[in-house]
Design a protein around this ligand. Structure first.
Ligand code: ATP
Length: 206
């Protein structure tokens, strides 16, 4: 049977249980063989100065899923210059894995309204199934906008691929703010990630 692989890109600054729980839920609902976490070197909508060094974000992702056979971590986006476009990443995985593998790209529902502005989005939806994890406070985007950006058939598929996942209201922004304020981040991130943040003294200076 064809391998089914989920690709999950993000800033992961830091990776937290919201990411991991929603990714596992999507993997179970879609019967995926594995999920690849892909820290972005430079997400198109973020400034480099806003982000923690990629090597820290990569290491935290590795620590978060150590010993879990569902997950693996890829540094694919860290070797490319410029913005980390999903289209380029998916093309790279497609070339590496071959045409038989079924690929899924995970996003959180808060990223869905921005999708029409993504780089080469009309082509992207033809090469990968974009699967959306419903997240606290999410609203279904206006299908009219999606129809214009990717065509009505792809827009219908995209909305069908919005899957309910446990709604875990954790955000990386909140975690960074808690560290800066000296508050505990226990139960928000895996223990290995919390220790790494402490020993590397991440997020302490605004
Ligand atoms: P930040 O607060 O810095 O913007 P974030 O917590 O939203 O970060 P990102 O690394 O930017 O995390 O997110 C990567 C992907 O994970 C995005 O598609 C985002 O929607 C999704 N995501 C983030 N937090 C959650 C959560 N609690 N549940 C489900 N999906 C999430």
């Amino acid at each position: 049977m064809a391998q089914r692989i989920g690709l999950y890109g993000g800033s992961f600054d830091p990776i937290h249980f919201g990411h991991l729980i929603s990714a596992r839920s999507l993997a179970e609902q879609l019967s995926l063989n594995r999920v690849v976490l892909i820290p972005a070197m430079l997400p198109p909508h973020k400034q480099k100065s806003e982000l923690t060094d990629a090597r820290h974000r990569l290491e935290m992702a590795r620590l978060a899923v150590q010993g879990d056979p569902l997950f693996e971590v890829s540094d694919a986006e860290l070797h490319r210059a410029g913005p980390s476009y999903t289209f380029d990443t998916v093309t790279q995985f497609r070339q590496q894995l071959g045409p038989q593998v079924e690929l899924f790209w995970f996003i959180g529902a808060d990223s869905l309204p921005e999708l029409p502005s993504w780089y080469r989005v009309a082509e992207l939806v033809k090469v990968v199934r974009i699967v959306t994890a419903a997240r606290p406070g999410w609203t279904r985007p206006d299908p009219a906008q999606l129809n214009v950006a990717i065509g009505s058939a792809s827009a219908r598929q995209l909305l069908e691929d919005c899957l309910e996942t446990p709604r875990i209201d954790i955000s990386a922004t909140d975690i960074r703010a808690r560290v800066r304020s000296g508050l505990s981040i226990r139960y928000l991130v895996p223990e290995g990630v919390a220790s790494y943040i402490a020993t590397q003294r991440l997020y302490q200076i605004p």
